[in-house]
Ligand binder design. Structure first.
Ligand code: ADP
Ligand code: F6P
Length: 320
């Protein structure tokens, strides 16, 4: 293998730059030229492809976002778009590809592998932590730390005013960020799509907490479970609470990656290049226990990553 490509696609996340850097430097260390593809599948179709040198990734390990840029590209879902992308890879002599992104991006990688025989390795990059085949995706740890810092700050003003705050966090259809941040901030309740909830029960629980002398309440709402504004209205109407809403939004995707994300991204980037050299394709490199494991993309994209039932129980018991 003489030439490989690397790209980031879908929603960005902290640690993508660290993963690109690792792919580039591991490639160079093993005598491989590494090409950066800008703007995900869109840039691949448009031929936005450039050779990356070691200096191009200097200082990238600590930077959030992705310097290769990311995009969502409808055209790549069509056979014409896919053929144009494959043509670009051939024109540039690129024999292997590393795709860093969420399940949509990995679906695109699977198409390249299964339909066009391109050698592809995927890396899980998404703050949502909804990807099967890895215990944690690149970006999740940083996003959780960001959420926790924000909730801790809200907690202080909530206490001063004896208020109830509903804080909406990202995660698409997955409640991982909400569940883990609720545990880590000591929230009074968490609303996630994986567990049916009853607003009145939550309201009653919080009322009891106030009667017992608690001065404030924090409810973390996963965006996949509904809008914090709607749930907040119910809190005001049914519970009569002085409620405030905070939607954390895209700040959860920004910021310098944590040490964990830097090292995870570095390990995964290195494993992807080594995997391509060993002849692997159509797989995703992920974290299994303390080891890097390769899982077929077919399995990654057909199996569902479940939330840990023990963590759900812990969140329930500790917020009582
Ligand atoms: P993420 O990777 O964060 O889940 P998306 O779901 O938006 O983000 O997917 C990113 C890109 O991956 C899409 O814009 C598209 O180019 C590609 N993609 C997604 N689904 C498919 C599919 N079924 N076939 C081919 N490409 C796809
Ligand atoms: O998948 C990552 C994510 O940040 C989700 O948590 C969120 O629902 C979505 O992307 C937001 O997408 P966009 O950046 O297109 O608004």
């Amino acid at each position: 293998m003489n030439r490989i490509g690397v790209m980031t696609s879908g929603g960005d996340c902290p640690g993508m730059n660290a993963a690109i850097r690792s792919v580039v430097r591991t490639g160079i260390a093993n005598g491989i030229e590494v090409f950066g593809i800008e703007q995900g599948y869109k840039g691949l179709i448009d031929g936005k492809i450039k050779l990356l040198e070691s200096k191009d990734v200097a200082n990238m390990i600590s930077r959030g976002g992705t310097f290769l840029k990311s995009a969502r590209c409808m055209e790549f879902k069509t056979p014409e778009g896919q053929q144009a992308a494959v043509q670009q890879l051939q024109m540039h002599g690129i024999e292997g590809l590393v795709v860093i992104g969420g399940d949509g991006s990995l679906t695109g990688a699977r198409v390249l592998h299964e339909k066009y025989g391109i050698k592809v390795i995927g890396l899980p990059g998404s703050i949502d932590n909804d990807i099967y085949g890895t215990s944690i995706s690149i970006g999740v740890d940083t996003a959780l730390n960001t959420i926790c810092r924000a909730v801790d700050m809200i907690n202080e003003t909530a206490s001063s005013h004896d208020r109830t705050f509903l804080i909406e966090v990202m995660g698409r259809n997955c409640g991982y960020l909400a569940l883990m941040s609720a545990i880590a901030t000591g929230a009074e309740a968490v609303v996630i799509p994986e567990v049916p909830y009853n607003i009145e029960n939550i309201i009653n629980k919080i009322k009891v907490r106030y009667i017992e002398g608690k001065s404030r309440s924090i409810v973390i709402v996963a965006e996949g479970a509904g809008s914090a504004y709607d749930i907040g209205k119910a809190f005001q109407l049914i519970g009569g609470f002085d409620t405030r809403i905070t939607v954390l939004g895209h700040l959860q995707r920004g910021g310098a990656p944590s040490v964990f994300d830097r090292t995870l991204a570095t390990r995964l980037g290195s494993a992807a290049v080594k995997g391509l050299i060993e002849g692997r394709s159509g797989v995703m490199a992920g974290l299994g226990g303390r080891e890097i494991v390769f899982t077929p993309l077919e399995e990654v994209l057909t199996k569902k990553r479940e939330l840990d039932a023990t963590m759900i129980k812990i969140a329930e018991e500790l917020s009582l």
